[in-house]
Design a protein. Structure first.
Length: 429
């Protein structure tokens, strides 16, 4: 039995003190971010009445990954992961606090959101690289699945609360909460995670571009990692659209501002709700063999479930469709994440994570901007439905080319601790 096949309990996982600190900091971070994201999309749409501008407000937080994600993630490999997490939280806390100044114009607000988002790549890369060191390889798949599911729950709360606060009260309230969450997160890491040396000392450093390039060569030069990466990029590209267009979708379907915020929050939260359900159901009820067999059909279902949106159903039906899509994504994503992390050699995890996140953010940014532009000229439900048909076809092609479980097992065994030196040599070649 491999490490990834052994059943690990929640008691074992949360018995690790450092993991509890990492987990709690992640949750409070996500709650604040999603709260702020929902509030900003409402504010921009109300000011501009443009689907494209609202989509841009949602997508601006993706830009740091697009313009410098791999480089910022490579920076995380150069310094102790704990220090990276604390400094990035404090930096984002200060920048978001500037949004609380009265009368900040929308362009400046979006610029500040972008600057704050520059702290996200090193934070997420450092957390991803630190996690295997904290929980060990045997608990890592459970930790990845737990983070994904509960992170989506935080997203549900953030979207619902953010949309409601923005329409009923003031978006500044959501932004103030975001500031507090960064302070809490930094405190949790400071108190709960012990110091460790950087993955590479100064004598091992090379040019940052070269170090970043090694992450790309590892991911796209390895069959299993490349297959996972492309599947994840395409899946997220089609699943994110309802969230990005939710503010405009709710406003076009319901002229009543009293209920529009609830409709928006419902559409934005439905995907994360489904993700939690799918992740918990597959993670706890399905064994490793079944999880592997479900990768192909669940990936296709994540896009197929949104095709009926082209009929223009009410917000409640849209939420159901989005929830089904989220369940499919939640069922397959932890499996893909767990495989990916177990295949990575130590010393390349932060950079490989940066490559993955950059691809995901770029695909989501492109999806939201393209569909937002199309929805400014065509009926929004039709745009979403046709976009989802394209996603179903693309994911079907990737499913047909998916590597066998034996290939994945061989790659995982090669990346085990006894093979770490070999894996490092392969990545640097």
């Amino acid at each position: 039995m491999t490490d990834s096949d052994r059943k690990v309990t929640f008691r074992e996982l949360f018995g690790v003190r450092e993991y509890r600190a990492l987990y709690l900091s992640l949750i409070v971070n996500w709650v604040g971010d999603y709260l702020a994201r929902a509030a900003i999309t409402v504010l921009v749409y109300e000011e501009s009445k443009s689907v494209l501008m609202s989509a841009a407000a949602f997508a601006v937080s993706f830009l740091p990954w697009v313009v410098g994600g791999p480089l910022l993630s490579a920076v995380a490999e150069r310094y102790p992961y704990r220090r990276v997490l604390i400094v990035a939280d404090l930096f984002r806390m200060v920048v978001i606090a500037l949004l609380l100044i009265p009368g900040v114009p929308i362009p400046i607000m979006l610029l500040l959101v972008f600057l704050a988002s520059l702290g996200t790549p090193p934070t997420q890369a450092a957390r991803s690289a630190l996690q295997p060191l904290v929980v060990g390889r045997d608990k890592l798949p459970m930790a990845v699945a737990t983070n994904a599911s509960t992170g989506q729950a935080a997203q549900v709360f953030g979207y619902l609360a953010g949309a409601s606060l923005a329409t009923a009260l003031n978006p500044q309230v959501a932004l103030a909460i975001d500031v507090v969450t960064f302070a809490v997160s930094a405190a949790l890491i400071s108190w709960g995670v012990r110091p460790r040396p950087a993955a590479y000392d100064r004598s091992q450093r090379r040019h940052l571009l070269r170090e970043s390039g090694e992450g790309f060569r590892l991911v796209f030069g390895t069959q299993t990692l490349r297959s996972i990466a492309i599947m994840v990029f395409v899946l997220t590209m089609f699943a994110v659209v309802p969230e990005g267009l939710a503010a405009a979708w709710a406003a076009e379907a319901d002229p009543d501002s009293a209920t529009r915020g609830l409709d928006q929050g419902m559409i934005m939260a439905a995907g994360p709700v489904g993700f939690v359900i799918g992740g918990l159901a597959i993670g706890r009820l399905a064994g490793a063999d079944l999880r592997d067999r479900l990768v192909r059909p669940l990936a296709m279902l994540s896009a197929l479930a949104l095709v009926p949106a082209l009929t223009g159903p009410p917000a409640s039906v849209v939420a159901v469709l989005v929830a089904i899509s989220g369940m499919a994504a939640g069922g397959v994503t932890p499996t893909l994440n767990g495989k990916f992390v177990l295949i990575l050699p130590h010393g390349y995890r932060a950079r490989a994570y940066g490559v993955m996140q950059t691809g995901m953010q770029l695909s989501q940014f492109a999806a939201v901007m393209i569909t937002g532009l199309l929805a400014d000229h065509f009926w929004l439900p039709l745009v979403v439905g046709l976009w989802s048909i394209g996603g179903t076809v693309a994911l079907g092609i990737l499913a047909a080319r998916w590597p066998s479980r034996e290939v994945f097992n061989e790659a995982t065994a090669e990346a085990a601790p006894d093979h770490e030196h070999h894996g490092r040599h392969r990545a640097a070649a």
